[in-house]
Design a protein around this ligand. Sequence first.
Ligand code: FPP
Length: 243
Amino acid sequence: MGLHVGIIMDGNGRWAQARGLMRTQGHLEGLKAAKQVVKTAASGMGIDFLTLYVFSTENWKRTAEEVGFIMGLVRQYLKAEFAFASENHIRVRHAGDLSRLPPDVAGDIADVCRDTESFAGMQVILALNYGGRDEIVRAVNKALASASASVSGKEIKINETIIAGHLDNPDIPDPDLIIRTAGEYRTSNFLLWEAAYAEYYISDKLWPDWTGADLVEAIESFQKRERRFGGVNSASCEAGVSL
Ligand code: FPP
C-alpha cells in the first residue's frame, strides 16, 4: 500500500499581502500550486491518498467575500480538473460536513465523488468544511444512532474501533505524513483522530510558492525517518534500550 499524505496549505494570504495584492489573489495562486502538487503526487511516486485541507470549520469566520471566492475556486477546480482525474483514474472524495456547505458546492462535490467512485488510481480527498473535532463528534453521533437503533435498552460503550468505523472515510488508512506550509507548527484541527502516528513536515515556503519539487523533497525527508508507532525500533531493542 502506498502512502497517505495530508497537506495543510497555508500562507495564501501572506503571499498576497507581501505583494500588495488582495487575499483572493493568493488563493488563486494557491489553486495553481494545488493543481501542480496533485499532478506530481499522481505521477507514480508511491502516494495512494492525498488529503488537501481546503476549508476548515473555522474558516467561516473570514469575510463573506473571501469565503465565497474560495467556494468558487473549489467549483472551478472540480470542473477544470475532471478530465485530468478521468485520464489518470483519480478518485475524488470529500471529508467534512457536506450538509453545511452551500448547496451548489455540495452538489458539485457529490457529483464528482460519484463520477470518480470506480477509479482505482490515487485518491484525492478534499477536506472542505472539515474540522477534526467536528468529524469525531459526528462519528460518535453516527455510532450512537446506529447502536440505539439495533440494541435498545442496552448500555452502549464507545471504543476506538467504533469511532474509527464512523469517521468520514473509514476505509482510508491513517495519514503517514502531514505537510504544513508557511512555517506554522500547528495541527489546526486537521485529521485529529487519524494523525495519531503521522509524521509532520513543516515547510517555510508559502503555499502559492509550492511546486511538485517541494512535495518530492518532503517525501524524501519522510522516507529517511524511522517510525515506531509507540514501540521501540529494532536497533535499540537489540541494544536493550527502551525509548
Ligand atoms: C490558507 O491560506 C489557505 C486556505 C484557507 C484556502 C485554501 C484554498 C486553496 C489553496 C484553493 C483551493 C484549492 C483546491 C484544491 C480546491 P491562508 O489564507 O490561511 O493564508 P494566511 O495564513 O497567510 O492568511
